[in-house]
Design a protein around this ligand. Structure first.
Ligand code: SF4
Length: 439
């Protein structure tokens, strides 16, 4: 077990002495109706779990408004008292997240490695999975890609050489609590440390889910003041945690304050919500968001099985609101590290009107060795996409340089050197061509 990961975070966050529940601070402002959102006791233990397959064949033209059949079957089995309306209420989904070993065992049969990890999580990245995302896992084995992204394994506790809690050096680039200023013209604004579902490979696992970084207006005003008095900042990326777990009113307040700063040209929101809690993308939310253009969104899709009808509908709503959508995908061993899986994912993304933007080499965070692939694997995937599919479908493969060096793009070696005055180039079929270069 690696004890460093249990240390308090260093990112100049304000620590509350008594931590309310993570969602507690949020519901104070916009209380959900008790009936709609109170956690429910699970009705049926999963002694004979139902088989729920993730839908892969989608007909975009007929995006369903009702709950798709696999989710309906899951809901009827595990939450028979819950109405469709409750299931499709994002606050109900958050209030009923699966957060403990005991809860998780009602849905899936845990392996010894998973059980041991779930028992030892104290002080580390917590376990939390929305019922919606859980419905995509149930009926699959322990090696299933989506399960591996959210169910902890004991490997998380093993720190390998070169790994660190803060590999990107964000702590050293934080001028005020919750703000990271690495590049001169843009800042990363950590709005809160709460996510609806925690990804086991999260780069910011030292911060997220610990209940220390709240939507606290005094802290936010300090961060806004820093942005206000730094005229080089033209781009603000709201992240966390997941900013879309904030209620509409709070998000509106923050976006309004940012929009009042003249030199802030664009605001971006980084979120995994369309993949793990698509119910959050309500017509009310997108109506509010479209008032704050130019607004961009970086979505986080990992695997084609996340591209459900619900995720399609969520992205459609965002795109219809005029928000340019890009996806940032982390390359993960035995999850999405093959050309067919990645091609399937990027094809879904294009149909969802999401541009595959970055493919990230997994950061060397402590306990991430079981998720990391070789860099050659990433290059192989890019080689398998470039020229073999639509150019828009090919993301930029990057390594976020350890120590705070920023993103460095990596490309397969298409340039083979010079032959006389000609540049020798290799195409996607490994055929050689010459271009008359100007020397
Ligand atoms: S949604 Fe993003 S911030 Fe939250 S756990 Fe996943 S990777 Fe980390």
């Amino acid at each position: 077990m690696h004890s460093n990961r249990c240390r308090p975070i260093q990112l100049k966050t304000e620590v509350k002495s008594s931590c309310p529940t993570e969602i507690g601070a949020e519901v104070e402002e916009e209380p959900p109706s008790p009936q709609a959102c109170s956690p429910v006791a699970l009705q049926t233990p999963a002694e004979t779990p139902i088989k729920v397959k993730s839908p892969r064949k989608l007909i975009i033209q007929s995006l369903p408004l009702e709950t798709p059949t696999p989710r309906r079957r899951f809901k009827q089995f595990y939450y028979p008292e819950i109405t469709d309306r409750q299931w499709n209420d994002w606050r109900w989904q958050i209030a009923n997240r699966v957060r403990s070993l005991e809860q998780l065992e009602r849905f899936i049969h845990l392996t010894p490695q998973e059980r041991m990890a779930a028992e030892c999580l104290q002080g580390k990245l917590p376990l939390a999975i929305t019922p919606y995302y859980l419905s995509l896992l149930v009926g699959h084995g322990a090696d299933y890609a989506l399960r591996r992204t959210v169910v902890p394994l004991i490997d998380e506790f093993m720190k390998m050489p070169g790994e660190a809690d803060d590999p990107l050096g964000e702590e050293d680039q934080s001028p005020v609590p919750g703000l990271v200023h690495r590049y001169p013209d843009r800042v990363l604004f950590l709005t809160l440390d709460f996510c609806s579902t925690y990804c086991r490979y999260c780069t910011r696992s030292r911060v997220v889910g610990h209940g220390r970084l709240f939507f606290n207006r005094r802290r936010l005003e300090n961060a806004l003041e820093y942005i206000r008095r730094t005229p080089t900042i033209r781009d603000v990326l709201l992240s966390g945690g997941d900013p879309l777990t904030l209620g509409d009113a709070r998000l509106d307040w923050l976006l309004t304050r940012l929009r009042q700063i003249k030199h802030v040209e664009i605001v971006r929101i980084g979120t995994k919500i369309p993949a793990v809690l698509p119910q959050r993308i309500t017509p009310q939310l997108v109506r509010m968001l479209r008032r704050h253009h130019p607004l961009w969104m970086s979505l986080h899709f990992t695997h084609p099985d996340e591209c459900t009808p619900e995720a399609y509908r969520a992205c459609q709503r965002l795109a219809d609101a005029g928000i340019p959508l890009g996806s940032q995908t982390v390359l993960l061993k035995s999850i999405n590290d093959s050309v067919p899986v990645m091609k399937d994912l990027v094809h879904h993304l294009l149909q969802m009107r999401v541009r595959p933007y970055y493919l990230y080499q997994c950061d060397p965070i402590s306990g991430s060795a079981h998720f990391r692939t070789s860099v050659e694997k990433g290059l192989e995937i890019i080689r398998g996409l470039r020229g073999h599919t639509t150019g828009y479908a090919v993301p930029t493969y990057v390594i976020d340089a350890p120590g705070g060096g920023g993103k460095i793009p990596l490309m397969p070696d298409y340039c083979q050197g010079h032959c006389g005055e000609n540049l020798v180039l290799k195409n996607y079929e490994d055929k050689l061509y010459q271009y008359p270069d100007i020397m």
